[in-house]
Design a protein around this ligand. Structure first.
Ligand code: FAD
Length: 345
């Protein structure tokens, strides 16, 4: 008999679980609370710019093999585009200095040994001082594991880890940062090519998955919010969606792929993160200058990463709680000033 799997949540986690299970010949049912798939990783039509944009600029590094395998499984790996070589352009708004970090094409971090390819004004010893990250435990704070100061920190470690952890790096988990460094910087340029979903997150990572699932006779139900688990003898026996109740047999699988807050409500006692930080994105309808790199790291300003898309300049600022109460117009102007300096606009 065919096994059944119920997936709760049609964000990218739920969809990737659904695709894998459908490919493994499970009868899959996806239940999504809202009217659309994608969760935090999707596109929407923005009336102010008159463009379809992503709900947040997402940058993937080529070392993220699970994300790439997912895209491959839904036939859209080619939609994740980036330069052949792992090169990152940076500008320091305080000094005006510009440089390119060239991580090359190797599977080893050989760039660290080449002064011309390293971050300017940094020495080998600064890179070696990052080694404790590689074996740091999850509970250890990053600020206790490595020196969070100096040129290498300011120009590379801080921007990379701030974006990856969405927290001021010294307060972040050294273990999580270690995983990022192991799978990217330490794995050489091959693992550090920056990739973006060229035609938008929904077009590349979400809609094709939903289509594929529907072709495989998977039911994807929208507006179908799980309210409660019915539990019997320590196992899930029922899924309760308001008036609608689905019985679960002992061999059925249930995958809970929802964010921490609903997960903790549905499964009291589940250990979930309890602190969250905003990410601020700003989008300007503007044709990027021809020589502008697709992704620009910005140091020493408010803006952290500047993305050049067709007809649009887009900015990401992580750990952005300090900005969320600022009047929108004032914030947009402050960001635009940085964009002009960084992008030469
Ligand atoms: C602005 C921004 C920028 C980001 N940038 C990056 C990046 O550059 N690189 C990167 O790797 N990641 C990035 N992320 C993180 C990435 O988007 C998330 O990690 C990922 O989308 C989480 O997917 P998920 O499926 O686990 O959760 P979600 O996307 O939150 O999906 C969960 C789904 O479950 C549904 N749901 C909730 N409760 C129920 C319920 N009771 N019943 C049924 N359905 C329910 C929700 O409606 C939602 O659709 C970024 C996130 C944001 C917001």
């Amino acid at each position: 008999m065919q096994n059944t799997a119920h997936i709760i949540g049609a964000g990218i986690s739920g969809l990737s679980a659904a695709v894998r299970l459908a490919n493994a010949n499970f009868k899959v049912h996806v239940h999504e609370a809202t009217q659309q798939a994608g969760g935090r990783c999707r596109s929407y039509f923005d009336a102010a710019t008159n463009l379809t944009i992503d709900n947040g600029n997402h940058l993937l590094l080529s070392g993220n093999r699970h994300a790439l395998a997912y895209a491959r499984s839904i036939g859209t790996e080619a939609g994740l585009v980036g330069p052949k070589r792992a090169q990152f352009s940076f500008v320091d708004l305080a000094s005006g200095q510009r440089w390119q970090l060239d991580l090359g094409e190797s599977r080893l971090p050989l760039w660290v040994f080449d002064r011309a390819r390293r971050v300017p004004d940094t020495g080998l010893m600064e890179y070696l001082a990052l080694m404790p990250l590689i074996w740091a435990s999850k509970g250890r704070l990053l600020g206790d594991a490595i020196p969070c100061r100096g040129t290498l920190y300011r120009r590379l470690v801080q921007p990379l880890l701030l974006a990856a952890l969405n927290v001021d790096p010294p307060e972040g988990s050294a273990g999580l940062a270690g995983a990022v460094v192991r799978e990217t910087l330490l794995a050489g340029g091959q693992a550090c090519r920056p990739l973006i979903a060229r035609d938008g997150l929904s077009a590349v990572l979400i809609e094709p998955a939903v289509r594929l699932l529907q072709e495989k006779s998977t039911s994807v139900r929208f507006g179908h919010e799980l309210r409660e688990f019915g539990v019997s003898a320590g196992s899930v026996a029922e899924l309760k969606f308001g008036g609608d109740v689905i019985g679960i047999r002992p061999d059925d699988a249930v995958v809970l792929a929802v964010p921490p807050r609903p997960a903790a409500t549905l499964l009291p006692g589940l250990k979930t993160p309890s602190k969250f930080r905003a990410i601020v994105n700003a989008h300007f309808r503007f044709d990027p200058p021809k020589d502008m790199p697709p992704i620009l790291g910005v140091v020493g300003g408010l803006v952290e990463w500047l993305f050049a898309f067709p007809q649009r300049l887009s900015v990401t600022i992580s750990n952005g709680d300090r900005l969320v109460d600022m009047p929108r117009e004032e914030l947009a102007q402050a960001i635009w000033r940085d964009v002009c300096k960084a992008g030469g606009v």
